[in-house]
Design a protein around this ligand. Sequence first.
Ligand code: HSE
Length: 441
Amino acid sequence: MKPIQIGLLGFGTVGSGVAKVLARNAEEIGRRAGRAIEVKRVGVRNIAKARAAAPAAVVEGIAFGDNMHALVDDPDIDIICELIGGTTLALDLVLRAIENGKHVVTANKALLATHGNEIFAAAQRRGVMVTFEAAVAGGIPIIKALREGLTANRIEWIAGIINGTSNFILTEMREKGAAFGDVLAQAQKLGYAEADPTFDIGGHDAAHKLTILAALAFGIPMQFDKAYLEGIATLTQEDIAYAEQLGYRIKLLGITKRKPNGIELRVHPTLVPAKRIIANVEGVMNAVVVQGDVVGQTLYSGRGAGSEPTASAVVADLVDVTRLLTADPEHRVPHLAFQPDRLSDLPILPIEEVETSYYLRLRAHDRPGVMADITRILADLSISIDAMMQKEPDEGEQIVDIIILTHVAKERSVDTAIQLIEGMPTIAGNVTKLRLENLDK
Ligand code: HSE
């Protein structure tokens, strides 16, 4: 059978990885796909730099060019693989490829989270596939699991470590007491970080991925603009250490939950019990926990970034598309797991409506009655305390750190309590608030 011809847009960390994997495992991949998969053309800005990114044996026979629009118009190309990132040129090229009747494989989470609704509608009209396994959690087949493996379930919630760079930073800070900036520089050198690393540490990258997971889990449109995000830049060594003393680890989690009145969609540093497997997923590794009503909890973990782990997911999509090319578009697995005319309009809940547990750290003057005042404020707002710890003041100091863990409460009530506590004359500075998830059911 005639080989499938691929046009690669971008030949950086991921693109060159895809070409290498397709060359290295050509025989095995051909046996799985039913026909050979070949990279015919590569579209890049800098041809010389791209050619040097892979060994001669890999790039031999591939036509490199800098006209990406010509590439997506090439009638001999069956599948366009978009690996340039960004949301401007990438959107233009993806929509043009779809209009040209080509199938698209992309690793571009930002593009899907912000323009996915438009892209999938166009693909639906043209009867082409758009696949995106590499867009979430790199090499972990979480999209496949949600779209196909878990279709019997009503998904209740998903919680994931879906940004390797911030997990790497948090791990190094906890294990080695390393400084934030040094670890970030290391992650950039290793090729894990986004082109703009504020996307990693600010939670944007995780929120892009979480938006995609929520769409697949709940059958809702992409709504990145309604996601709540909070990054790791303000986390202190003290909070990491206190959390550990209380039996927790702090992870940047993407959390999406189905609630009676809507969907929670949030990314923030989160305390997780240290005994949970996900709390022990360290370094650049990613992990996603899915709670389904039929299967219970399942956990997926692996490399979430880097050249070959991401290429593993891209190539899996190429094989999937190759296998399904001849299937009737109406009977393929729907792009977003649910039939496009059966999406739900469940609202995304604002953060004030979210219900979870909390870690609060306050600095108080060590005087009689302070603790009583604090607990009264919490009790009046129906916030129940799960644990409390008061540290010894440092030598000669009058101010002590008090750490409180709460049971599940509404964010709005906790914010009101914090305002009242911060107004107490015996409290110094601001209260630190972190969210806590037990992830037990
Ligand atoms: N910057 C991302 C991360 C790369 O650190 O996880 C994979 O999307």
